[in-house]
Design a binder for this molecule. Structure first.
Ligand SMILES: NC(=O)c1ccc[n+]([C@@H]2O[C@H](COP(=O)([O-])OP(=O)(O)OC[C@H]3O[C@@H](n4cnc5c(N)ncnc54)[C@H](OP(=O)(O)O)[C@@H]3O)[C@@H](O)[C@H]2O)c1
Length: 222
């Protein structure tokens, strides 16, 4: 799906990757870009926004911990998993109407934990699983669901890490290029890009497809 002419909502758009995504969407000719901020109430925003083509779940937190305090894990899950879930559910009617797209900004830590930030890693792994289920549930309604599995990006979130980082602008461009190409998993920076081919040919990706087909063939009513 191309961005030109589309209405786009980016959560966490006041800085970092979210700000770069909102700016790049405008460069690519988006008709309207909603920049979601922390103070916004999800349901109120959904009812005001009206139509929406592309939802980008970008807002997130990453705090170092040692898995000793369950409150830290709960905080990560509240933002990175339940926040993504709540925003998606609120905007789903609009996305169904437009046969739109959802782009969840996840991390290479969705695939492998970084033990410096284990609660973050758990929350991003859970958000990846959410992304896979949404993809299967929504495919029949024409909605594409993308997972962005990013490596280190130069934002406030990684300020304490002295490692090579991609610029948020280059990552935003790579994300929209990959969405144009219909890539389900997006590896948008030099650290993550080498994983793209092996992921697409992996047993895990093959199993995702098999399980989605199984669920389609034998749906269960909750
Ligand atoms: N930077 C990286 O290396 C990297 C790598 C892989 C994935 N990611 C992911 O990319 C996304 C953006 O990260 P970033 O690096 O741009 O981080 P950032 O610069 O720290 O920005 C985080 C954004 O999320 C918003 N946010 C945080 N908690 C929120 C809440 N409870 N409700 C609403 N908004 C909230 C922040 O709003 P405020 O300004 O109000 O705090 C801010 O706009 C995150 O999901 C992150 O996990 C980042």
């Amino acid at each position: 799906m191309t961005i030109e002419g589309k209405t786009v909502l980016v959560t966490g758009a006041n800085r970092g990757i979210g700000q770069a995504l909102a700016a790049e969407a405008l460069v690519r000719g988006a008709k309207r870009v909603y920049a979601g901020t922390r103070t916004e109430q999800v349901q109120a925003a959904a009812s005001q926004a009206g139509s929406l083509d592309i939802l980008i779940n970008n807002a997130g937190i990453a705090l170092p911990d040692l898995l000793t305090d369950p409150a830290v894990l709960e905080r990560h899950l509240a933002v990175n998993l339940f926040g993504t879930h709540a925003v998606t559910q609120a905007f789903l009617p609009a996305l169904i109407r437009s046969r739109g797209a959802i782009i969840n900004i996840l991390s290479v830590n969705s695939l492998a934990a970084l033990p410096l930030i284990p609660s973050y890693s758990i929350s991003k792994a859970a958000a990846f699983s959410l992304t896979q289920s949404l993809r299967a549930f929504l495919a029949g309604q024409g909605i594409r669901v993308h997972a962005v599995l990013a490596g280190p990006v130069d934002t406030d979130m990684t300020r304490g890490f002295d490692i090579p980082k991609a610029s948020p602008e280059s990552v935003a461009r790579a994300i929209f290029d990959a969405v144009d190409n219909g890539e389900e998993e997006i590896f948008p920076d030099p650290a993550s890009a080498p994983m793209a081919d092996s992921w697409r040919n992996s047993a895990a990706k093959s199993l995702e497809r098999q399980l989605a087909q199984l669920a389609q063939a034998a749906p269960v009513t909750p």
